[in-house]
Design a protein around this ligand. Structure first.
Ligand SMILES: Nc1ncnc2c1ncn2[C@@H]1O[C@H](COP(=O)(O)OP(=O)(O)OP(=O)(O)O)[C@@H](O)[C@H]1O
Length: 616
């Protein structure tokens, strides 16, 4: 691209335009974080060049890596002697947002204008935050190993320019032309304070004139006893471009045949890319304090992708390529040790602080459960730290807790799966279980259906869905045997069942009296051996299943409506019974969140039945 000599003008990608508009116009209280973002980028650039120089020593800067700040009354510039950018890099990175989840982010940003900086940090718009304080940003940059330099410039209003320029050495200088109301960021005292607050522990010196503003030491190499809570938080925020306080900090040193130190954080908020198909890791790998890579899944498994921080080992070979490193058995060993350590910290937290753990679980439980399938060797350890919503209490339960509370005669761990824990708790299928005081787990993460395909039991007790197959509650000794006594006087439904079956034909697989209902007249269940109701719904949504299987319609023999219909069926089917058969099926579907099978027919029948009721 070095043959491009003219100044060129480009439009920002639509999302960037929208983003800049919000960033520049939002109300903010801590906009000084723009400096942390730019210093962070400069530090990443130095990290990248230090890595590249491992294989090509000529790339290394002659006088060590440094980030240099300079100001006059109107501008602030941040220079680094890192990797730099060429024409293609500039186009690719400073005009687009290559990140997934951008749409969701912009939505969130629009909804919460006031907290823009918080969200910006969470998403990591990094560079673009410069437009919170500047009405023009210039980027003078030269890529290491290349001769051409470029000047990128923009006022953040829809377009940017790139033109050829000169720069003595590789690296990048970002110059901010400060807005009128942001001149404070040209004051040295203010800058000193911001760097101390936000960038004290990055790996490279940040200089203002001759003065070095930060400690510039790798925080993880210090002993935990020498590190304050605030220092951990600052490091976390720097390393993950976040604004929250970490929910958990794990600083661990392993010494032995394979030495490594990890400083890991669990955020207290969900990052935007959590459910991205790429499932990228965000833990940085360092070898003896030299940054190697960020996104390797070989360091931290995908089901722990919410972790932030670093792992550093002096026992990995420095001068191998990232690809070779990925196949290094030592790395696999580190991964195993790090994963076990993290799970054991979760276990401690879950036992000692169940309420705090519930907050973590709400954010990341669905991700962690992916490990139940992906990491069979650690399955038991993962199950130990899993928590579930249950009909038994407001609080979440562990599986061990559930098993301890099982009733006499209960031989299965009952669960109901669906999309919304709140709705699940209202499901008619639960009625008989509630009446007997038998606890049912409420599983509302899509991943639940997935691991249940692989894990069939816990401590010898099988998992059993209450929306599939027969509900044999008779053998369980409940809290009060109220439900059983009522059942004794239950109506004989045989004629009604015959009539309903004849009317509904193939649309139902069977019609049966129910043991699981106490208040509702009807419900639908999947037959034993068929796909469970919720799984079928998920498969249909993802286009993996066209038609659902016909379900079993269960009738509550104690319900007044069903008893009346049974009496009526004794004298043979009539039009009203026929309408009732369809309406009962539709009612069961509606409770499940499905529409009636035939909306026009439903409306007609409902009309007819109401007319009769009101004598119209
Ligand atoms: N000083 C710099 N030197 C070299 N490249 C840079 C520099 N600043 C930014 N870049 C490039 O621009 C890209 C975009 O930067 P930006 O701060 O917007 O996001 P990011 O740093 O990739 O993401 P995050 O903020 O989540 O880490 C960077 O990934 C990097 O490739």
């Amino acid at each position: 691209m070095t043959d491009v000599l003219e100044k060129e003008t480009f439009s920002f990608q639509t999302e960037v335009g929208q983003l800049l508009e919000i960033v520049a116009g939002s109300l903010y209280s801590n906009r000084e974080v723009f400096l942390r973002e730019l210093v962070s980028n400069a530090s990443d650039a130095c990290d990248k060049l230090r890595y590249a120089a491992l294989t090509d020593a000529s790339l290394a800067p002659s006088e060590g890596f440094a980030i240099t700040l300079a100001t006059d009354k109107k501008t602030l510039s941040i220079s680094d002697n890192g990797i730099g950018m060429n024409h293609a890099d500039l186009l690719e990175t400073l005009g687009t947002i290559a990140k997934s989840g951008t749409g969701a982010f912009i939505q969130a940003l629009k909804a919460e204008k006031k907290d823009a900086p918080g969200l910006i940090g969470q998403f990591g718009v990094g560079f673009y935050s410069a437009f919170m304080v500047a009405d023009r940003v210039d980027v003078l940059t030269r890529k290491a190993g290349e001769d051409a330099a470029w000047l990128w410039s923009s006022d953040g209003k829809g377009s940017f320019t790139i033109e050829p320029a000169t720069r003595e050495a590789a690296g990048t200088t970002v110059t901010l032309h400060l807005k009128k109301d942001a001149k404070e960021f040209a004051e040295e005292a203010r800058i000193r304070h911001i760097i101390k607050t936000y960038s004290e522990h990055i790996n490279f010196p940040v200089k203002l004139g001759d003065e070095t503003l930060n400690a510039a030491e790798a925080l993880w190499t210090k002993a935990p006893s020498e590190i304050s809570e605030d220092q951990y938080t600052e490091f976390y925020r720097h390393a993950s471009h976040a604004f929250d306080i970490p929910w958990l900090t794990i600083h661990n040193k392993i010494e032995g045949s394979l030495n490594h130190t990890s400083l890991l954080f669990v955020p207290s908020m969900q990052p935007f890319d959590l459910f991205d198909p790429e499932r990228k890791s965000h833990v940085k790998l360092y070898v003896n304090r030299v940054f190697i890579s960020e996104t390797t899944k070989d360091l931290v498994p995908a089901y722990l992708r919410f972790l932030r921080g670093v792992v550093d080992s002096q026992d990995l070979t420095l001068n191998v390529s990232r690809e070779m490193l990925q196949h290094d058995p030592k790395l696999a060993k580190i991964r195993g040790q790090v994963t076990k350590k993290v799970l054991s910290e979760f276990k401690k937290k879950a036992t000692k602080e169940p309420e705090a753990y519930a907050a973590f679980w709400g954010n990341f439980g669905a991700v962690l459960k992916e490990g139940l399938v992906e990491d069979p060797s650690l399955r038991d350890r993962i199950l130990e730290v899993c928590r579930f919503a249950t009909t038994g209490s407001e609080a979440l339960t562990s599986l061990t807790g559930y098993v301890e509370r099982m009733k006499e005669g209960q031989d299965a761990i009952f669960y109901i799966a669906g999309e919304d824990a709140g709705k699940l708790a209202q499901s008619p299928h639960l009625e008989g279980f509630k009446a007997k005081g038998v606890e049912v787990l409420l599983l509302s993460d899509p991943v639940d259906e997935f691991w249940l395909q692989h894990i069939h039991e816990f401590e010898g007790k099988p998992f059993k869905s209450i929306t599939r197959g027969a509900a044999d509650l008779d053998t369980i000794k409940g809290d009060a045997d109220k439900a059983d006594t009522e059942k004794e006087g239950a109506a004989d439904l045989s004629k009604l069942i015959t009539a309903i079956k004849a009317e509904l034909g193939e649309t139902v697989k069977d019609v049966r009296p129910s043991k699981r209902l106490t208040d509702s007249p009807v419900c639908l269940i999947a037959d034993e051996g068929d796909i469970d109701v919720n799984l079928e719904r998920l498969l249909k949504r993802h286009g993996q299943l066209k038609e659902g299987m016909p379900k079993v319609l269960e009738l509550n023999p104690d319900h007044a409506l069903i008893t009346k219909l049974a009496e009526r069926a004794e004298s043979g089917p009539d039009d009203l019974l026929k309408d009732a058969a369809h309406l009962l099926l539709d009612q069961a579907r509606i409770v499940e969140g499905e529409g009636p099978a035939d909306p026009a027919g439903f409306a007609r029948r409902l009309g007819a039945v109401m007319s009769r009721a009101f004598g119209a």
